[in-house]
Design a protein around this ligand. Structure first.
Ligand SMILES: CC(C)(COP(=O)(O)OP(=O)(O)OC[C@H]1O[C@@H](n2cnc3c(N)ncnc32)[C@H](O)[C@@H]1OP(=O)(O)O)[C@@H](O)C(=O)NCCC(=O)NCCS
Length: 122
């Protein structure tokens, strides 16, 4: 399968025929900083398509897309404490740095972590 990435609103999607098999949802801050920062809000790859590099491909596409548009920072919050799990490993491999931890954010023992990657000077 050749992975063609399409932008649909605030999503980058990969389809296989009529079926969406992966998507990356992003959003801007709702203030004057919107041209400086973009947030990777959610990334999902259908279970049967995982471990083929699709999550990495979509994330790299997202980073390059906004680098080309002179956005300074890309950020993401992990939805739960995933220190030893797959998303954490993937984001670190792609150059994101963890800059904050909020412990017990969702529930006792389940925190959230802020990761950032600089795309441009500014
Ligand atoms: C996390 C997710 C997006 C990864 O998508 P993917 O297409 O499988 O990712 P990739 O194939 O590009 O994997 C990139 C790297 O992440 C790590 N990784 C991915 N899945 C992993 C797993 N099950 N176990 C261990 N490491 C894993 C590996 O380091 C992998 O590199 P490698 O295959 O060379 O070892 C996918 O598993 C998913 O949609 N999960 C549910 C939603 C989620 O957790 N989203 C991320 C948090 S917002």
């Amino acid at each position: 399968m050749k992975h063609k990435i399409e932008r649909q609103g605030h999503n980058f999607v990969i389809n296989n025929g009529a079926k969406t098999v992966a998507y990356l949802y992003f959003k801007y801050a709702r203030d004057e900083s919107k041209y400086r920062n973009v947030e990777l809000s959610y990334l999902h790859v259908s279970p049967s398509y995982r471990r083929r590099g699709i999550g990495t491909l979509l994330t790299k596409h997202f980073l390059q897309y906004f680098k080309d548009r002179k956005v300074v920072w890309a950020s993401l919050w992990t939805g739960k404490d995933i220190e030893k799990t797959k998303g954490y490993v993937m984001y670190k491999k792609l150059g994101f740095k963890q800059i904050a931890v909020q412990r017990d954010y969702h529930a006792k023992g389940i925190g959230t972590r802020l990761f950032v990657k600089r795309l441009n000077k500014g």
